[in-house]
Design a protein. Structure first.
Length: 568
């Protein structure tokens, strides 16, 4: 399923036995591999390694953000802030052999508007037109002046900006009723990135091979082949990681002790820099108790924030400070923080229109969030709210939340931004209902909306900081959600995996920057004899699981004891 046959490049010739292979299980397959349609968890990992944008964004250790050249080597801004000039990298090829140049960037914008899905709303809102000045120079005209940091963030966004496809390839597979080849690109890919699609068996596995003519070159210990088996059961993933069948594993919290016990050389990567807040959304769009601010404040004070972090997350999380995560520019660390105070919660409940409580439902995804729902159920019982729990896959929530009247009263969900600005974080979650992607509280505040509109185009940084500080304060005061926590991202890696680094913005990471060379340490070079099927002895699955089982029992007992204590 590659784009086309490729001429020999600089990639070193090797047999299948010599290829450096990285295997990472995924819970579900990306809904689509079309970078103009895919817009969520899973699709970013493919986009980030198969496609490229004009520039990339990185966060330094001191918390500052920098922009690096990618398919553009340099850029400049017009004095009136409404036009940018990008000088493009020469000598870059798409996976089908088509040369990358300014016409490909123009086609990127045209196709985005034509497909009109996923991240297109960002670019249609801010970009008026893209013009090729010459073969390797493009000019991007904005609809109106935009602060430079925000525009560069937009142009380094893994969703949308990393959607530069080969025009030749797309046009080859277009049809009269599908001029942008959306149907074909559902499970095909053709970018300029280091990896290209080799094969796919939907729901089972996809395989990605190194692109021999990648402009970045292949000197060094780069991974040459990537396999993404689809394994929807965490327990099966864990056993395959323990046995050495997969190199990467994103575990639920309760499995961490067992894996560390069974595989003492495993690398546990704990990432505290994820730009995400986990909320309990309160459905204010449905007539009833949650339209009463006293009820919402009672809930905010009744919730056991530290208990969830200790008992459900085993310490792998921190309390959230309002609607923005730390690390986003204009985050206000001084915003009011709700803390557990049952006396205060009961007082708010007594002052509400529902002093005797009510019945409600909370929807949760399986795993850690199910544990949150159980704690929430216990907490709410103390102020007279009878909560039932509904567990459903996260992907189903979008359909469930389509209508305020049929949506549940409470929903556990997180949000992470397309890029690190306060606007693109706050607007989709707390902004106008007609444009907010995940305003699952059905929160409407005209003052907040007006401030968001003002802050979006404000060039004065001091004024802008004041605007977003004011927005955060108003949202917290209105209490449309329980501002719960910022969770760590925990990943297990095989001991030989090097160079792994999660993006702080989304769930992807650069496989090209990684190495599994230690996986093949000491192997004998393959003699140039007749090809034979490579044979590898499969590592034995560990059979000693007593310690792991004991740890699990202890964790479960702690949660049960916690719930019992809270009920009594």
């Amino acid at each position: 399923m590659v784009c086309a046959l490729l001429a020999p490049g600089v990639f070193p010739a090797s047999s299948a036995a010599e290829e450096r292979v990285y295997v990472a299980a995924v819970l579900t397959e990306s809904k689509t591999w079309d970078p103009m349609v895919g817009y969520g968890s899973g699709s970013d990992l493919v986009t980030y390694n198969v496609y490229e944008g004009l520039l990339s964004i990185e966060r330094l250790e001191d918390g500052t953000w920098v922009f690096e050249p990618l398919l553009a080597t340099s850029w400049s801004e017009a004095e009136n802030h409404t036009m940018w000039t990008f000088n493009l990298r020469e000598g870059v090829l798409f996976h089908d052999g088509t040369k990358f140049n300014s016409s490909a960037v123009v086609y990127w914008h045209d196709r985005m508007l034509g497909v009109n899905r996923g991240p297109s709303w960002i670019y249609s809102s801010y970009i008026a037109k893209v013009v090729a000045k010459d073969t390797y120079t493009v000019k991007i005209h904005l609809a109106e002046a935009l602060p430079p940091f925000d525009f560069k963030c937009i142009m380094s966004n893994a969703f949308g900006a990393y959607g530069i496809v080969s025009p030749t390839y797309v046009q080859k597979h277009a049809a009269e009723d599908d001029p942008w080849a959306k149907e074909w690109m559902y499970d095909h890919a053709c970018g300029t990135g280091p990896y290209m699609l080799e094969s796919v068996e939907h729901g089972v596995k996809s395989v990605w091979e190194a692109f021999p003519d990648y402009w970045g070159g292949w000197e060094g210990d780069h991974i040459e082949r990537v396999e993404f088996p689809v394994i929807s059961d965490y327990q099966v993933q864990m056993m395959q990681f323990l046995s050495g069948e997969i190199d990467y594993y994103a575990p639920p919290i309760d499995q961490i002790p067992g894996v560390l016990t069974e595989k003492i050389d495993a690398q546990l990567v704990v990432d505290e820099e994820y730009l995400s807040v986990l909320y309990i959304f309160m459905n204010m769009g449905k007539e009833g108790p949650l339209q009463d601010i006293n009820v919402r404040k009672a809930i905010s004070y009744a919730f056991d924030y530290e208990g969830v972090i200790d008992y459900v997350y085993s310490g792998y999380a921190r309390p959230a400070l309002g609607p923005l995560p730390h690390g986003i520019p204009h985050f206000d660390p001084e915003v009011h923080q709700y803390k557990t105070d049952i006396t205060r919660a009961k007082a708010y409940m007594a002052d509400s229109a529902y002093p005797d409580g009510f019945s409600a439902t909370i929807v949760s995804s399986p795993g850690n969030w199910e544990g949150i729902a159980e704690v929430f159920q216990t907490n709410m019982a103390e102020i007279g709210i009878d909560v039932s729990i509904q567990v459903t896959p996260y992907s189903v929530l979008w359909d469930l939340m389509a209508d305020a009247e049929t949506a549940p009263e409470f929903t556990i969900a997180l949000w992470y931004p397309d890029y690190p600005t306060a606007d693109v974080y706050l607007t989709p979650v707390f902004g106008p209902l007609e444009t907010a992607w995940q305003n699952w509280a059905y929160y409407v505040n005209p003052e907040v909306n007006a401030l968001l509109d003002e802050g979006r185009y404000e060039f004065d940084e001091s004024r802008r900081a004041e605007i977003y500080k004011q927005v955060q304060g108003i949202i917290v005061e209105d209490a449309p959600t329980v501002f719960m926590l910022e969770e760590d991202r925990n990943r297990f890696l095989a001991p030989y995996v090097e160079g792994f680094k999660l993006s702080p913005i989304h769930g992807a990471y650069s496989i090209y920057d990684m190495s599994v060379e230690g996986k093949y340490a000491g192997e004998e070079p393959t003699e140039p004899t007749e090809p034979t099927e490579p044979t590898q002895e499969k590592p034995t699955t560990p059979t000693s699981t007593w310690i792991f089982a004991g740890v699990v029992v202890i964790v479960i007992a702690a949660i049960v004891a916690y719930i019992f204590i809270r009920r009594t």
